[in-house]
Design a protein around this ligand. Structure first.
Ligand SMILES: [Zn+2]
Ligand SMILES: [Zn+2]
Length: 683
């Protein structure tokens, strides 16, 4: 009997594959479950990977750069946190040894192609002819069965493109990160710094916005309101509400101020359509989950991945906004009807004359847009339930009809000045009914008035405002922007943003770039602008697509990258120390800022100037002292555990500075620097 070994991306996926393909038995080996079954007289063993069992490793033995000599090595050997992978690695080796044929049944994308082919090729040396590829977009039994019946040949294009991406990212990541850290080290400091092929351009984009905001100077302007018991109207001249001169505003205001009546001079009513939304791709889902539930893009991606692994939704890492007819819309809808809370909505959709979804513009050659499979969800966490519901409702909504809306602009005249009141209402809800409660539209009604009608005015008001700086990117906003600029992939964008946070380059949401982030970008732009240039990154994305299509070869692309990067790094190295001193200035300033807590209470009491409490570290430990030492001997003790920084706040009880304590595996907290402060009485 011929033996085929099928590799699943994760243990859970391996078990779903087994359930789909028929009667199986479980055979444990080294603590790993394999699934064994017979199909058409052949024996099939389904063995799980756990993501990337192989990882790239730097082959040189020095901690220098440039490094272009990389090899794939077992991840458990190269990463301390990957020890758990060892048994999976050994199990895969044991199973693959028995095989005559191989099937890569990992997720159908570049990552899945790399995971599966690395395992099979590195552990067996098998030729492409002996490896088959399984292509599926959901983990439902029917789709998996169909995929098994229509096995594809080895996905050489996708595999090569995936391998190239990994190596390119490794080239850029390791070399430039090392260069930065060495530059800092040349100046006797130590700090973990990193950048990457996509991370660099992403940070540069954020820094550009930050600089715009820093350079922004607000301009004052004035608006004049006409207020009535039922609505507000705004002065409008030449299509503009804002008055840039205070004098002009004051003049108009004092003219109309005493009036207590106005005439409706025009009512402009317009009906328009509010379009049906398009099916979700990953970025759209991330952005909607962020605005609806305040769940960040990385979390949304993880939740969607879990829903997919449970067979509830289709593969989420897709760029597509299209739902092809072969999915069988009616069948999916009927399955969803079995869930009580969706029954009525499904009836609405099925009651339509034509059941055809709205399609978006973006495509993905591997997967359709995200859709629910119709399988019954088991126990979902609160957040999983929310994201699932959003995906289901969006799936319904795309089958809806455009909503009918109406906007009314009413012009009110006072002594020749025109004030406008505006409203928007919904006339026919249509798809809104299918997407509730996620419809976000403004509903504001105006009383029904006719031209020539007189109205009472309650008051006029002149309000001073100022122009606002450009808006910051939110986490989901930057993910969408990266997609728009074709930087990174759907699978990696959220992770890249996350890494920028971990490196202290950015903070908060909406995103603020830290001084360190700004200085990394300015150093890179000055000394190796290629590394933060969008063009280069995009150029590589195109090349990767070409490799997929068989138009470029992996070696060609890699050797070009090596040549480019080699040149850049050589130039960097020549100025390494100088570059480092620029970075160190910021690193020191940031460290100092975090060390300084606030004004010294004792100095204030005793009338000494410039006394600042600061964190002081000595060989014997740390404590808080005053910058006026030895004139001021004020000190406070500090806890022994955790990282302590200034919290930029003062204690509400006693007014002394607060400190912020971060503890590994424990909750962070803020507290007053004074151990005797009454705010600590309950501690
Ligand atoms: Zn002092
Ligand atoms: Zn206090």
């Amino acid at each position: 009997m011929a033996i085929t070994v099928m590799v699943g991306e994760k243990p859970k996926v391996a078990s779903r594959l087994a359930q789909a393909l028929g009667n199986y038995s479980v055979e444990s080996n080294r603590g790993v479950k394999n699934y064994v079954l017979e199909k058409n007289g052949d024996k099939i063993i389904i063995a799980p990977a756990v993501g990337h069992i192989f990882n790239l490793e730097d082959q040189s033995d020095s901690w220098d750069y440039p490094v272009f000599d990389v090899e794939w090595a077992p991840t458990f050997e190269t990463s301390d946190s990957a020890d758990y992978m060892k048994k999976y690695y050994n199990n895969l080796r044991d199973q693959l040894e028995k095989a005559d044929e191989y099937i890569n049944a990992c997720d159908y994308d570049l990552e899945g192609s790399v995971i599966g082919s690395n395992v099979i090729k590195h552990l067996t040396g098998a030729s492409n002819e002996r490896i088959k590829r399984m292509k599926f977009s959901t983990l439902t039994s029917s789709d998996l069965e169909e995929a098994y019946d229509n096995l594809e040949s080895f996905d050489e294009g996708m595999t090569e493109a995936g391998l190239t991406r990994h190596i390119l990212d490794f080239y850029y990541g390791i070399n430039v990160s090392r260069a930065l850290m060495k530059a800092v080290r040349d100046n006797d400091r130590y700090k973990t710094l990193s950048t990457g092929r996509v991370q660099g351009p992403a940070l540069a984009m954020l820094a550009e916005k930050e600089r715009e905001i820093m350079a922004f100077e607000p301009d004052p302007y004035w608006e004049i309101f006409l207020r009535n018991s039922e609505f507000d109207a705004k002065l409008e001249r030449d299509g503009e509400n804002r008055l840039w001169e205070e004098e002009a505003a004051e003049q108009i205001y004092s003219t109309v101020e005493g009036e207590d009546e106005t005439i409706v001079s025009d009512v402009d009513t317009r009906n328009y359509k509010h379009k049906v939304p398009v099916p979700f791709n990953l970025t759209d889902l991330q952005s909607e989950a962020s605005s609806q539930f305040n769940i960040n893009p990385k979390q949304t991606q993880a939740i969607a991945q879990t829903l997919y692994e449970n067979g509830l939704i289709s593969y989420p890492r897709t760029e597509s906004q299209k739902l092809p007819a072969k999915l069988g819309y009616e069948n999916l809808l009927k399955k969803l009807k079995n869930q009580k809370n969706y029954e009525d909505l499904v009836k609405k959709v099925l009651g339509k004359d034509e059941i055809y979804p709205k399609q978006g513009g973006k495509e993905d050659d591997a997967h359709p847009a995200i859709y629910p499979t119709g399988e019954q969800p088991g126990n979902l966490s609160k957040k999983e339930r929310k994201v699932y519901d959003l995906i289901v409702k969006r799936f319904f909504a795309v089958f809806g009809k455009a909503a009918q809306r109406q906007s009314v602009t009413m012009t009110l005249e006072v002594l020749g000045y025109e004030f406008k009141a505006k409203s928007k209402i919904t006339l026919e809800r249509n798809w809104f009914d299918l997407y509730d409660p996620y419809v976000r539209v403004e509903e504001a009604e105006l009383p029904e008035l006719e031209e020539g009608q007189r109205l009472d005015v309650d008051e006029f008001e002149k309000v001073e405002k100022e122009t606002k700086p450009p808006r910051r990117y939110s986490q989901s906003g930057i993910v969408s922007e990266l997609e728009k600029r074709n930087l990174g992939t759907k699978a990696t964008r959220a992770q890249i943003v996350d890494r920028l946070y971990n490196r202290d380059y950015i903070e908060n949401d909406p995103i603020e770039v830290t001084k360190l982030g700004l200085s990394i970008v300015s150093v890179l732009q000055k000394h190796c602008s290629e590394v933060v240039s969008e063009d280069l990154t995009r150029d590589f994305e195109e090349k990767m697509q070409n490799i997929r299509d068989g138009e470029n070869s992996k070696d060609e692309v890699l050797s070009k990258a090596e040549k480019n990067l080699g040149k850049v790094l050589k130039a960097f190295k020549e100025k390494q120390k100088e570059i480092g001193s620029e970075l160190v200035e910021t690193i020191d300033a940031e460290r100092n800022r975090k060390r300084k807590l606030g004004p010294c209470d004792k100095c204030e009491e005793e009338g000494r100037e410039n006394g600042i409490l600061q964190i002081i570290k000595t060989q014997n430990g740390r404590f808080v002292g005053c910058t006026n030492y030895p004139d001021c001997e004020n000190t406070y003790p500090l806890p022994n555990n955790g990282t302590i920084n200034s919290s930029d706040k003062e204690c509400e009880t006693c007014g002394k500075p607060m400190i912020f304590v971060e503890r590994k595996n424990n909750r962070d907290y803020s507290m007053c620097v004074d151990p005797d402060c009454p705010s600590k009485d309950d501690w």
